[in-house]
Design a protein around this ligand. Structure first.
Ligand SMILES: CC(C)(COP(=O)(O)OP(=O)(O)OC[C@H]1O[C@@H](n2cnc3c(N)ncnc32)[C@H](O)[C@@H]1OP(=O)(O)O)[C@@H](O)C(=O)NCCC(=O)NCCS
Length: 340
């Protein structure tokens, strides 16, 4: 008999229902208002608010890295769940502004939490990253391979802004959100996500410099190619089309209709994008949760920060059907339904 034949067979574990049992969020205290930006670039509060719905955004201090914000959001989620850090099996961080190229931001979070039993992994899907990470974490718990997964979206977008470029610097902010996934006896929990991407449109929203394609050089720095570059109008159109389609597909797969959804929590990039999605999927603006006015676009952190806030202020209640939908560079997009 060969050695392999003596091994135990791989038995498919039964699928378990997975729920977000707790959440937490953190934004740095420093606020940069539209009035502050008027002093930095040729813009106005009227232009920014009418085009985007943004009034202000939070900006981290120089000493505060993405993992610091992520760890604070995670501490709040752990406190909410009455769990200790040693109970976490996996830390998944969605971010496009990691502390370093490596180690992963998740490793720094592990160190800060003292989550010594956790495996650590970062996931990159730009502003759509949190729902991609949520779906990865969900599958580990659903399969029975892991019991407790900490999924985080965290960004220090202020470090990749060109603060002389008025077409981008008014849009983004810093922050973090965290969710804890466990198996529960809920009837539905978190549904499998609708995931999509179109890599052929990679140039429309990107940080082109500083990676292996264009390594750091004086030229990269002089041209600010280590900062976020975006074709705003094109991104707007693709964001509306893909988020609306993903939301509709998520509903169709679950058998739910839009009227069943208590609250739609979209990626908080722009209030006009959200309005346009509402028109496409037949949802009034009141059905959406919006906080883009206070945080701007916090990329991978935005949807979990909004979900956490909606839960804490009572906009969503346990048992509500919630629709999450996101879009980001890549392009990448995702939508999922969950029973809160
Ligand atoms: C960026 C965005 C707000 C720009 O709005 P827009 O109506 O498309 O505006 P345009 O880019 O066509 O620019 C219109 C004019 O405003 C100017 N402008 C751009 N940013 C400005 C600012 N902050 N303040 C004042 N004027 C500004 C432009 O220079 C342009 O001037 P011009 O006509 O003299 O050339 C919009 O395209 C958008 O929200 N796109 C999606 C961005 C996004 O959400 N990205 C992240 C997705 S994850």
């Amino acid at each position: 008999m060969t050695a392999a034949a003596q091994l135990k067979p791989v038995v498919a574990a039964p699928t378990r229902t997975v729920s977000i049992v707790a959440s937490g969020a953190y934004v740095p205290p420093g606020i940069r208002t539209n009035a502050d930006l008027e002093k930095m670039v040729d813009t106005s509060d009227e232009w920014i608010y009418s085009r985007t719905g943004i009034r202000e955004r939070h900006i981290a201090e120089d000493h505060e890295a993405t993992s610091d914000m992520a760890a604070e959001a995670a501490r709040r989620a752990l406190a909410d769940a009455h769990l200790g850090p040693d109970q976490i099996d996996l830390i998944l961080v969605a971010t496009c502004t990691p502390d370093m190229t490596f180690p992963s931001t998740a490793c720094f979070v592990q160190q800060q939490l003292g989550a010594t039993h956790a495996a650590c992994l970062d996931l990159s899907a730009a502003c759509a990253g949190f729902l991609y990470a949520l779906d990865v974490g969900r599958q580990y718990v659903a399969s029975g391979q892991l019991n407790t997964v900490l999924v985080i979206g965290a960004e220090k977008m202020s470090t990749v802004m060109d603060w002389t470029d008025r077409t981008t610097c008014v849009l983004f902010g810093d922050g973090a959100g965290a969710a804890i996934l466990q198996a529960t006896d809920a009837s539905h929990g978190v549904w499998p996500a609708v995931l999509g991407a179109d890599g052929s449109l990679n140039k429309l929203l990107a940080i082109p410099g500083g990676g292996s394609r264009e390594p750091f050089s004086q030229q990269v720095l002089d041209d600010k190619r280590h900062c976020l570059k975006m074709a705003g109008r094109e991104v707007f159109k693709h964001a509306v089309t893909n988020m609306a389609a993903a939301a509709q597909e998520a509903l169709q797969r679950s058998g739910a209709c839009i009227e069943d959804v208590a609250c739609i929590i979209p990626h908080q990039a722009n209030a006009r994008i959200i309005q346009a999605i509402g028109q496409r999927i037949g949802a009034p603006i009141e059905q959406f949760y919006l906080n883009v006015d206070r945080y701007g676009n916090t990329s991978a952190a935005s949807v979990i920060m909004a979900l956490d806030e909606a839960a804490r202020n009572g906009r969503i209640q346990r048992g509500d059907l919630v629709l999450l939908v996101v879009f980001g560079g890549g392009f990448t997009w995702a939508a999922t339904l969950l029973e809160w």
